[in-house]
Design a protein around this ligand. Structure first.
Ligand code: CMP
Length: 139
């Protein structure tokens, strides 16, 4: 059954570019409620675990290094049809293909440094949210 929550994180290059506020403003303007949010930093090992599904892909090493290079801002978001609507709001992985008005169109630098992550399914949203937040932080 579809849930009304998704998971996201603002990536290190976007945090370093002072884009936390700009990106969060786009998220709230699109009708999402911020359920949980924090600023933290992953080790390369933790990034490897988070992105374990991509292990073996040519970009995996670069991805883990990039995700551990600085602070990130993970969030849990709530809205009807959250996973699908959020994927639309963030735009294509490749910023060259991202539509006008999407977060990646505004903030992504490349396929790797693409500003923001968005869960691809309800199941992964729950797993990814639990990676960063305890039950009592998700209210
Ligand atoms: P994200 O939505 O966080 O999920 C997987 C990440 O892998 C993706 O965003 C990109 O940061 C990265 N990624 C996917 N494809 C490529 C690619 N072709 N080259 C470099 N990084 C990629």
């Amino acid at each position: 059954m579809a849930t009304n929550r998704t998971f996201t994180m603002i990536k290190p290059h976007a945090v370093a570019a002072n884009a936390i506020g700009g990106i969060t403003a786009m998220i709230e303007a699109a009708g999402f409620r911020v359920v949980a949010m924090k600023k933290t930093q992953l080790t390369a090992e933790q990034a490897g675990k988070f992105y374990a599904v991509h292990e073996g892909r040519p970009f995996y090493g670069e991805l883990c290094e990039m995700m551990a290079a600085g602070a990130i801002v993970p969030m849990i978001l709530e809205k009807e049809n959250a996973v699908a609507d959020f994927r639309e709001l963030i735009g294509s992985t490749d910023p060259a293909e991202a539509a006008e008005g999407t977060i990646r169109k505004n903030y992504a630098l490349s396929k790797g440094e693409n500003a923001i992550h968005g869960s691809d399914s309800d199941e992964n949203a729950a797993i990814e949210a639990a990676f960063f937040f305890s039950e009592r932080e998700m209210y």
